[in-house]
Every structure is written in structure tokens, then in C-alpha cells.
Design a protein around this ligand. Sequence first.
Ligand code: GUN
Length: 294
Amino acid sequence: MNFPNLIDGRAIATQIQGELTQRIAALRSRGLQPGLAFVRVGEDPASKVYVGRKEKACAELGIISETHVLAEATSEADLLALIAKLNADSRLHGILVQAPLPKQIRQEVVYASVAPTKDVDGFHPVNVGKLMLGDTGGFLPCTPAGVRELLVRSGVKTDGAEVVILGRGNIVGKPMAAMLCQKGRAANATVTICHSATRDIKAHCRRADIIVAAMGVAEFLKADMVKPGVVVMDVGVNRVADPTAKTGSRLVGDVAFAEVQLIAGKITPNPGGVGPMTIAMLMQNTVRAAEMVA
Ligand code: GUN
């Protein structure tokens, strides 16, 4: 399956990691090795896979990483105490607390407790605020930053483009909208956010030059909802039943890929599109965090 309109997220992520290798070598020549701490609470199978991939990327690049695994029943106070220790550890330049967190822990309290200068997830209110204000000194959340980088490196012009974002979540939808409507490079788009209360999603999508699908509904975006030549970025990761698969299920995106790719001008495969970029952007944020103290 090698269609000319595919945006190859793996290849672009590899290119970015090559660029980071040089920045890491420059840091090491000054006696500094970037360090990143992962915190995982409980045994969510998807979180284990995601943290495992991020650890592997660190190892490949020469970023020191350490992973703290806490029990599902951990109290919020104990998690905050660990984060305070990591905030104070000068070997660590980034801290990532993997979501989702157990019910007894308030996610917003946890993310606000990470030092903004080590918030390589871009979830701290200070970094969210900087994004809204157009202050480029903060950290951008990795998934929307990865989508934007894919657009840039695939030669997709956002200037004046009609962009429709499906989903209004804090991790992707809202920050993606803030990034693309900003005045400046790789931005300047007219952005519409669609969500569960939007009256006619199809009408919005059919007008779009670029669609970012991030609402978490399996294969939601169909061919009759898009115009020819549209650029489609599929952020979705949904597990659906599949009796023909060995495990009884498989992962699909928010886009009905087989039909939409026949019409799209460019489209991300899924897997192999946005996913690898999320990790590349996390590595980039960590290297930047280390450069900021170097
Ligand atoms: N869970 C799903 N996506 C993310 C992410 O980007 N960062 C963290 N920390 N947890 C997540």
C-alpha cells in the first residue's frame, strides 16, 4: 500500500530524530545529557505500550530516561510528592505523567504541579496560556505540534486555509485550533472546531481544505463528507472488534481510510502517520528543555 498522497509520519519522525541527534551531540560536548522522567500510575495496557515506545525513542537518541511506576491505588498526595522530587532533580529536564490517571487523582492538579520549564507535555496552565497568547517561549503539546510539523514538511499551506478540527479535547482539538489560527508561520488558517453538539458536521467538513480528525470515533470521517483534494490528518486511535484478527480486535483511526484516501489530496495513514510524530515532538521538547538550562 504505497499511494502517492500518503503523508509518511514514520519517515518524517525519523528525519526529526536525525536533527535532534546533532543537537544532543552539541549538548553532550558541553557536558550535558538531556534527561526525561516518565510517571505511570496503574497498569493501563495502552499506557504501558505508549510509555514503552517513548522509553525506546529516548534510548535510541541518547536521552537519559527513568520510569516511575506507581500502584493504581496511589494517592494524589503521593504522586504530587514524587513530582516535587522530579522537579528538583537537575539531571531531569522533562517530566511526563502518562494519562489517563486513576479516579482518585485530579489530572488538572497533577499537570499544574509539574514545573512549567520541565512540562514537555505542554499541559501546564502556564504553557497552555502561552500558546493562547502566541508566546513561543512555552512548550507545545506533542500531538498537535506533530500534526502541524507534518503539514509543514509535506508542503501543505495553512495560510488562509479552511481547517476543520473534529474534537475539542485539551490534548489535541483545542491546542490544535490555537496553533493554526495564530498569526505567523505554519498558521494563519480559518479554524472551525466541530464537536458532539455541532449541527451539521458534514457541511463543515465538505468546505474544509484541511481536516484534523481527533474526536475518538472509529472511522467517523467518510468519503461523502469531504471535498476532492482535502488534506486529512487522522489522530484517532480506536480499538474495534474484529473476529478475523488473532486478538479479536484491531486499531482504527477516526477516518474511514480506504474510502477517504481515494479522494484526499494528502492523508496520514493510521498507524504510521500522526503517532510517530507525537513521540518525535516529545523528544524535541525534551532536547529544548535541556538547551534552555545549558
Ligand atoms: N495520554 C494520551 N496522550 C498523552 C500525551 O500526549 N501525554 C500524556 N502524558 N499522556 C497521554
